[in-house]
Design a protein around this ligand. Structure first.
Ligand SMILES: NC(=O)c1ccc[n+]([C@@H]2O[C@H](COP(=O)([O-])OP(=O)(O)OC[C@H]3O[C@@H](n4cnc5c(N)ncnc54)[C@H](O)[C@@H]3O)[C@@H](O)[C@H]2O)c1
Length: 453
C-alpha cells in the first residue's frame, strides 16, 4: 500500500490540509465540511467495479481517510457478497432512498448499470451528498440535462472518474500538445480496437443492450471522446456517425442463452466458463437466483442491439477535425493515434494485448517537420489502466494534490464525452450530422472550460 509519506516523496505532492474533501479540496483548498473525522461514503451498485476499484481498493488504500457507511444494490445476494469482498461491516440496502436517509453520506459513489446513473446522481445531490460517478456519466441527452440542472439547483458537485486521462502516456501526449511541440493542432486520427476477448465481453453482458449502456458509442467511446476533448482543449461542435453490427449478435450461425447452457461449446471460439473465475462466480453466478442476470451471455444472442463497428467525423469548435473509429472484434486490443499539427505530428500505436514487442513502456513518436523523429518511452504504471487508476484515486482521496494536467473532470466534461457518442447515435438514425448545441443547454466553446471542482 502507498503510505502518504511515500506518496509525497514519489509524486512531489504539496503537503496540505490533513482533512479531506474529495472531488475538489485538492485544488482550491476551500473550507471543508468534514470536521476531521473520516469521510462518510455510501456506494450504489456493488458489481465488479463497485467491489474492487471503488470498494475494496479504497478501504485498503485509504484506511485513515474514509469510511463506508452504506452499500446499496438491487441484488441482495451480491450486496452481501460485496460487503465481504470490500471488507466492511456497514449496513446494506436494496432501497436507495432509505440508505441516503439513514446514513447521510458526504460522498455517494455511483457504480451501477450506465442507464441508471442519472437517477442516483440527481437523488444523491438532492439529499445533500457530493457524487463520484463512474463513466459514462449517463446515456442520453435528457438524463444529461437532468444532472446539469440538479447540480445547479442543489449546489452539490459531481465528479466523473475518467481514469483514462491518468495513464502516464496519455498525460504525456497532453503535455506535448500543450507545450506546442507540433505547433497548432489541426486534426486527429484516432482508431480504437477491442479484441475478441475483452471486446466480446461487452456482447455477453448488459452492455449489449442500448437501453442499458447507451451502446458502445457511449459506454466505451465516452472514454475516448473525453480524451479527445481533453487533448484538443476545445469542445466538440458537430458529429457525423456511421455504424453497424457485422460480427456479433444475429451474425452468428448458432447461439444459446449463455455459455453454460450452450450445446455448441465444442465449436464456438467464444465459449467461456465463467465458473472458472472465482471472483465472477462469487459476485455473479452465485447471485443469479436473485435477478436472473447471466454474466456469460451468448455473444450471438438475437437481442444484441448495439453496433460493433463504428466511425465518426467530429468537428471541434476550434476547427480541429477528428477521424474516429471503434472496432470490437479485432485480434488484438489497443489503439492508433496521430495528432497532426502545423509544425509536425505525434504518433502512437498502443497495444494493450498481444504486443509485438514485450516492453514495459508505451512509445510516443514526436516527428517535427524537417527534423528527425524523437522516440519518447513512457514507463507503464503499476495499477490498472496503465497506472491511471491509482493516480486518479490518490488525487481524489489524498489531501493536497494539485491538478497541473487538468485531469479532474466534472459534469460538463462528463456530459460532453457522452454527447459525442449520443450525437453519433442520433446521426446514424437520421443520416445527418448532429450539432452538439442542439442536444442540451451546453454550448460548445472554442477553449475547453476547466471545471475547478
Ligand atoms: N472506468 C472504467 O474503466 C470502468 C471499468 C469498468 C466499469 N466501469 C463502469 O462502472 C459501472 C459498473 O460496471 P460493472 O462492470 O461493475 O457492472 P456490474 O454489472 O458488475 O455491476 C453493476 C451493478 O449495478 C447493480 N444495479 C443495476 N441497476 C441498479 C439499480 N437500479 N439500483 C441499484 N443497483 C443496481 C447491479 O445489480 C450490479 O451489481 C458502469 O457504469 C461501468 O461503465 C468503468
Amino acid at each position: 500500500m502507498t503510505t502518504r509519506r511515500n506518496f509525497i516523496k514519489t509524486s512531489g505532492v504539496i503537503a496540505g490540509s490533513t482533512l479531506i474533501n474529495p472531488l475538489w479540496g485538492a485544488q482550491n483548498m476551500r473550507p471543508l465540511t468534514n470536521t476531521g473525522n473520516k469521510l462518510k461514503i455510501a456506494l450504489v451498485g456493488t458489481g465488479s467495479r463497485g467491489c474492487s476499484m471503488w470498494g475494496r481498493d479504497l478501504v485498503r488504500r485509504y484506511p485513515d481517510q474514509l469510511q463506508f457507511v452504506g452499500l446499496c444494490d438491487i441484488n441482495p445476494g451480491r450486496l452481501e457478497t460485496a460487503r465481504e469482498i470490500i471488507g466492511v461491516n456497514c449496513p446494506t440496502y436494496t432501497d436507495f432512498d432509505k440508505m441516503m436517509k439513514e446514513t447521510r453520506p458526504q460522498l455517494l459513489i455511483v457504480t451501477t448499470v450506465d442507464s441508471t446513473h442519472h437517477e442516483f446522481i440527481v437523488k444523491g445531490m438532492e439529499s445533500g451528498a457530493d457524487v463520484l460517478t463512474e463513466k459514462p456519466m449517463t446515456t442520453d441527452e435528457i438524463k444529461i440535462q437532468a444532472i446539469m440542472d440538479a447540480e445547479k439547483r442543489t449546489g452539490k458537485k459531481c465528479r466523473v472518474t475518467f481514469n483514462y486521462r491518468y495513464s502516464p502516456h496519455r498525460a504525456k501526449m497532453w503535455e506535448l500538445l500543450r507545450n506546442g511541440e507540433i505547433g497548432d493542432l489541426t486534426s486527429v486520427d484516432f482508431h480504437w480496437y477491442l479484441d475478441t476477448s475483452h471486446g466480446a465481453d461487452y456482447f455477453r453482458r448488459w452492455h449489449r443492450l442500448v437501453e442499458k449502456s447507451g451502446s458502445l458509442w457511449v459506454h466505451k467511446a465516452s472514454h475516448h471522446f473525453d480524451l479527445l476533448n481533453w487533448w484538443i482543449d476545445s469542445d466538440p461542435e458537430t458529429v457525423f456517425g456511421l455504424g453497424s453490427l457485422d460480427f456479433y449478435g444475429n451474425n452468428g450461425s448458432y447461439r444459446a442463452e449463455n455459455c453454460r447452457a450452450c450445446p455448441h461449446t465444442e465449436k464456438c471460439n467464444f465459449y467461456w466458463d465463467v465458473t472458472r473465475n472465482e471472483y465472477y462466480k462469487k459476485i455473479y453466478v452465485d447471485n443469479e437466483k436473485h435477478d436472473g442476470y447471466l454474466r456469460d451471455g451468448c455473444v450471438f444472442k438475437n437481442d444484441i442491439n448495439i453496433f460493433d463497428k463504428m466511425a465518426a467525423s467530429i468537428r471541434y469548435k476550434n476547427g480541429v477535425q477528428v477521424s474516429y473509429s471503434l472496432t470490437a472484434y479485432s485480434p488484438y486490443e489497443g489503439y492508433r493515434i496521430a495528432f497532426n499539427g502545423t509544425k509536425g505530428r505525434i504518433d502512437a500505436w498502443i497495444q494493450e494485448s498481444k504486443p509485438v514487442n514485450d516492453v514495459d513502456y508505451d512509445q510516443i513518436i514526436l516527428f517535427k517537420n524537417f527534423s528527425k523523429r524523437q522516440y519518447i518511452n513512457v514507463p507503464h504504471g503499476t495499477s490498472g489502466h496503465g497506472g491511471g487508476d491509482d493516480l486518479l484515486r490518490d488525487q481524489i482521496f489524498l489531501p493536497g494534490i494539485s491538478d497541473p494536467l487538468q485531469q479532474c473532470a466534472g459534469t460538463r466534461d462528463g456530459a460532453l464525452a457522452c454527447l459525442v457518442g449520443i450525437a453519433a447515435r442520433n446521426s446514424i438514425a437520421t443520416g445527418e450530422p448532429v450539432k452538439i448545441a442542439d442536444l442540451t443547454s451546453i454550448k460548445p466553446q472554442e477553449k475547453k472550460t476547466y471545471q475547478r471542482l
